[in-house]
Ligand binder design. Structure first.
Ligand code: F6R
Length: 608
């Protein structure tokens, strides 16, 4: 959460900062600001709201050194005074992503020293603390290092000083930050997408690193202050891949990218004749041979992927599986089982709760760890012994779409490998699953072709205030995911239940104003689900049923059927998800909400 960009160049860096911020807006969008160094002075602009507003007020500024920030408020309401950069005595300016835990103590100490605070943020203490060390004659690098040694918490920061037009200092611990390396110009950013227009050469800072950046190069120091080298990567992302193109929203673009994202994620697997554990890392075969159970830890949509996987893992691989919400697990006293494979799932790989849950699992004695993640250099990937990188490409819309379906594809592969390793997968079965996986991208495309029909169906929802999603078995988590998508982007209150639970309470909610959306694949639970739908209909509830081939469900008064083209067996959750994503998208469109940046949310939840 929160996005940082910084640049030092011979050209004017303000357009680079603003374009970078626009790319990072998905990380937070309640206020934005920038500061540049000009003639021994700091020139700052800040505004509430979106980066476009900041761009408008920054039109006349130019400089060759600056830092910028887009905010998702934690300490202090979204307001101009709380927007970054924060400054100390017009000499030091800081942008910060993260949370400083000992800020209250620091604030008291710095206030006693005469520093005047002008915001309610935790971040402002960083500016004053660095100033207190800089004012004693330390270099900007040493002042920053000393200040950071006194702070507790998580941070990615960029720092400039009014009287130092040649340097930009940055540091990271617990929040992501990378350097962008150009020719006679260098940059910093929370994420490579911010820099693709200026460079693809990036250096990922490691935990505790502090870097000093100038026009001609950079130096990196580790947490002990020793000069270190970090590898240079060339990003595979193209500038076009993070642009909207022909679509109205990133969410729509990302929904439509799913056939390709699935094909890319499954590429190596589908081209081979059989499955090999190596796709999860060199040590996967050895780990898989030892593990006797699975523990999945994740948040939000990624947690829903884990819930689907539990059905697959227990049914196909015959391996016991628990799925826990990371923010709960991290504080729960639990019993470690060294024979358990701990699987963390995350699009960003920087979700604070998921990272903490993984660390907690390790501390309690778990040794087998696997992360399924969409961001190769993320903290989660680095913390795990085994890894599978989904190849969904950058996901910019705050509501997760293609990351989820590619996570499901990865989890299905994990299931098949564990089943194979445990002697539960015949050669014919393996070939059958591989065939289904190869077909998955075109099956996903067939669901996308229903877009006009789903858009029409969505029109009926725009005036609703509540919605109930039902599913059974493998598709109960898909009902949860459908409800989450609808609530987060359309603000319609939506809940999901396993259809069999209706009569145990939620049926009381059903009346003519409560649309009930049912995920109804042609599986073993279909007949049971049909009875549950009768219970709804008998109470006057209006039904929207997402059926697939062979379900023999007919539309009637108060029963709307969305007929999906085919039944995909175990992979059916992926196809049904795509239909529900489209439903949520078109309901939000009809309601006129900000689809890509829903209120109060941000992508990459790097705070607790
Ligand atoms: C919902 C959504 C969130 C994320 C959750 C975890 O659409 O995107 O629920 O799934 O914040 O994020 P990651 O997967 O990055 O760990």
């Amino acid at each position: 959460m929160c996005g940082i960009v910084g640049a030092i160049a011979q050209r004017n860096v303000v357009p680079i900062l603003l374009q970078g911020l626009q790319r990072l807006e998905y990380r937070g969008y309640d206020s934005a600001g920038l500061v540049v160094v000009n003639n021994q002075q700091l020139q700052r602009e800040r505004s509430t709201g979106r980066v476009a507003k900041l761009s408008a007020i920054s039109a006349n500024i130019s400089s060759h050194l600056g830092i910028a920030h887009t905010r998702w408020a934690t300490h202090g309401v979204p307001s101009e005074r709380n927007a970054h950069p924060h400054m100390s005595n017009n000499l030091i300016a800081v942008v910060h992503n993260g949370i400083i835990e000992n800020y209250e103590a620091m604030r008291t100490r710095l206030t006693a020293q005469g520093y005047v605070f002008t915001s309610d943020t935790d971040s402002e203490v960083i500016a004053h603390l660095i100033h207190s060390h800089y004012a004693r004659g330390n270099s900007l690098l040493v002042a920053t290092q000393t200040a950071l040694s006194e702070l507790v918490g998580a941070y990615a920061i960029g720092v400039v000083a009014a009287d130092n037009a040649d340097q930009l200092i940055c540091a990271r611990k617990g929040s992501p930050l990378l350097l962008g390396v150009g020719i006679e110009e260098n940059f910093i950013a929370s994420d490579v997408s911010a820099l693709l227009a200026v460079t693809k050469n990036v250096v990922y800072l490691e935990e505790g690193d502090v870097a000093e950046i100038s026009l001609h190069g950079y130096r990196i120091f580790n947490a002990r202050g020793e000069a270190v080298e970090r590898p240079l990567h060339v990003s595979e992302l193209s500038n076009e891949s993070v642009e909207l193109g022909e679509y109205r929203h990133y969410m729509q673009k990302e929904i439509h990218e799913q056939p390709q994202a699935l094909a890319d994620t499954l590429e190596g697997v589908c081209n081979s004749q059989s499955l090999i554990p190596g796709i999860f890392g060199a040590e996967a075969a050895a780990s898989f041979a030892q593990v006797k159970s699975i523990l999945i830890l994740a948040c939000g949509t990624s947690h829903h992927a884990g819930l689907v996987a539990r059905y697959w893992l227990e049914e196909i691989a015959g391996i016991p599986c628990n799925v826990e919400i990371a923010s709960e697990y991290r504080y729960r006293v639990s019993v470690a089982n060294p024979d358990t494979l701990v699987v963390t799932i995350s699009q960003s790989g920087e979700t604070a709760d998921t990272l903490a849950a993984l660390n907690h699992a390790k501390e309690t004695g778990h040794v087998h760890t696997l992360s399924i993640c969409n961001v190769p250099e993320s903290a989660l990937v680095r913390l795990s012994k085994l890894r599978f990188l989904t190849r969904a490409g950058p996901e910019i819309g705050v509501a997760s779409t293609k990351a989820f379906t590619t996570q499901l594809a990865a989890l299905f592969l994990l299931t098949l490998l564990l089943a194979k390793q445990r002697g539960r997968l015949s050669v014919q079965q393996e070939q059958g699953h591989l065939h289904a996986l190869r077909h998955l991208p075109s099956a996903a495309q067939a669901v996308l072709n229903l877009e006009p029909e789903i858009a029409k169906l969505a029109e009926r929802f725009a005036d609703k205030r509540h919605a109930l999603f039902l599913g059974r078995g493998l598709h109960y988590p898909i009902a949860l995911e459908g409800a989450l998508k609808l609530k987060e982007i359309s603000y319609i209150h939506a809940e999901a239940y396993p259809a069999g639970e209706l009569k145990h309470g939620p049926l009381a909610l059903v009346d003519k104003d409560m649309p009930v959306i049912a995920v109804a694949p042609n599986d073993a639970l279909l007949e049971k689900l049909k009875s549950n739908l009768q219970e709804v209909r008998a109470r006057g509830g209006e039904l929207y049923v997402f059926a697939d081939a062979g379900t023999r469900l007919q539309p009637s008064d108060g029963v709307h059927i969305m007929q999906m083209p085919e039944h995909a067996g175990y992979l059916s959750p992926i196809l049904h998800t795509i239909a529900l994503q489209l439903l949520a998208y078109y309901v939000a469109l009809k309601k006129g909400t900000d689809v890509d940046k829903p209120r109060n949310l941000a992508k990459s939840v790097t705070v607790e």
